[in-house]
Design a protein around this ligand. Structure first.
Ligand code: FEO
Length: 397
């Protein structure tokens, strides 16, 4: 347990050994599941809970501050199980509690606890809850990073509880940013966290920052990583979110032509597709052999482009692994309706192209037409078809 200020305590748990979060996110520095107890003159609220694996130390931390039965409210800013997984086990330790969460959160938490009998109050944007000298104000913050997300503002203490927003998977046994020992590592964790969690939700990040701009606060209390304080890391953290979430304005539309090629046949098609797209003057085309570049760079290009083409050979009745690796990094949330085409050379049965096409359709991309498939070496006619395909891709932007 650590005290933040008069009547506010952090009671969560550290998980320094965690190396992967949510299956796909590498976490070199572990994490913390921050949970906050706020004691007003009359009422006590617990803000966010904890991962179920850490229930034991979590409960002990709560007991250091108060009798769990004295908790009146639980505020769930966000219901992902790293913040709610311990709730089912915690509830029998508590007395009568009311759970404050969003409409979406009210649905999720019933399924997470497998309890339909929870006493839930669905909060409205701007609604307040008086604890006695401490007022909790709930602010809608959808898609930061789930539909259920809210912020909780406590004006008397000038603090905002933001759950994942401005957080980081980073575990040091210190609570405040001014005590962070390895600043460079924290900075890296903060960036990685933003990219993985908030990268697909830039528009909502901007909206969240606008909400914060309207508040008078000097501490952000996230549910992962250190508390951010004024004149230490708070301003920098907000500025970094502002920079990373800014909408990119380009003079030209961007169209990458991704391909990889065993014997140069798919490459020949790729060059023609590129020339076809280039017939449109206001487009910047980038021809990329996927295996020649860092995959992160290729994925970033895929996710920020206006349209794209993918060329793949067929090996063992499928597209080749680098193509699948590229598509595995596609931001499915923001790629819907993006124009695309598929092409490739094959020797036997040619499943690579249709398999990639099916994947793009399942991601809701706008596949303009059936893939252009060529057996072995493209003929002049094949090359002309590839160029025409590029022209149509350019026209579809
Ligand atoms: Fe830390 Fe989205 O949960």
């Amino acid at each position: 347990m650590k005290q933040i200020t008069e009547g506010i305590y952090e009671v969560g748990a550290l998980n320094p050994a965690m190396r992967v979060f949510d299956i796909v996110m590498e976490t070199d520095y572990g994490t913390s599941y921050n949970s906050y107890l706020v004691k007003g003159r009359e009422k006590t609220a617990l803000i966010d809970v904890c991962h179920r694996s850490f229930f034991g130390p979590y409960l002990a931390n709560i007991r250091e501050v108060c009798d769990p039965k004295s908790i009146d409210y639980i505020v769930l800013n966000h219901n992902e199980p790293d913040h709610t997984g311990a709730l089912a086990e915690l509830l029998p330790e508590l007395g009568e509690v009311t759970i404050y969460t969003s409409q979406a959160g009210s649905i999720y938490i019933k399924a997470i606890t497998n309890r339909q009998d929870l006493n839930i109050h669905v909060v409205k944007d701007g609604e307040t809850l008086d604890l006695g000298g401490k007022t909790l104000r709930f602010l809608s913050a959808p898609f930061l990073h789930w539909p259920d997300s809210i912020f909780t503002y406590l004006p008397e203490d000038k603090v905002v509880f933001t759950c994942d927003f401005l957080g980081a998977h980073y575990a040091e046994p210190y609570l405040f940013d001014y005590n962070v020992t390895y600043l460079e590592k924290y900075s890296k964790a903060f960036r990685g966290y933003y990219d993985a969690i908030f990268g697909p939700f830039k528009k909502y990040v901007r909206a969240g920052l606008e909400k914060l701009d309207q508040l008078d606060f000097d501490m952000v209390l996230p549910s992962h990583g250190p508390v951010l304080t004024t004149d230490t890391l708070l301003e920098t953290a907000i500025a970094r979110y502002r920079t990373w979430s800014a909408s990119v304005q380009r003079e030209k539309k961007l169209v990458p032509v991704f391909y990889t090629s065993a014997y140069g046949n798919t490459k020949q098609l790729a060059v023609e597709v590129m020339q076809g797209v280039r017939s449109r003057q206001d487009v910047e085309v980038r021809l990329c052999d996927i295996i020649d570049y860092p995959m992160a760079e290729m994925r970033a290009l895929l996710n920020e482009c206006d349209a794209f083409a993918i060329g793949t050979p067929t090996i063992n009745r499928d597209a080749v692994p680098p193509v699948w690796e590229l598509l595995a990094g596609m931001d499915a949330i923001n790629s819907a309706k993006r124009p695309c085409v598929v092409f490739g050379s094959y020797g036997w049965s040619g499943e690579g192209c249709p398999n990639v096409a099916a994947r793009l359709q399942s991601l809701k991309c706008s596949l303009l037409e059936e893939p252009l498939r060529v057996t072995f070496v493209p003929t002049q006619e094949d090359l002309e078809k590839a160029r025409a395909l590029g022209v149509r891709l350019g026209e579809a932007i």
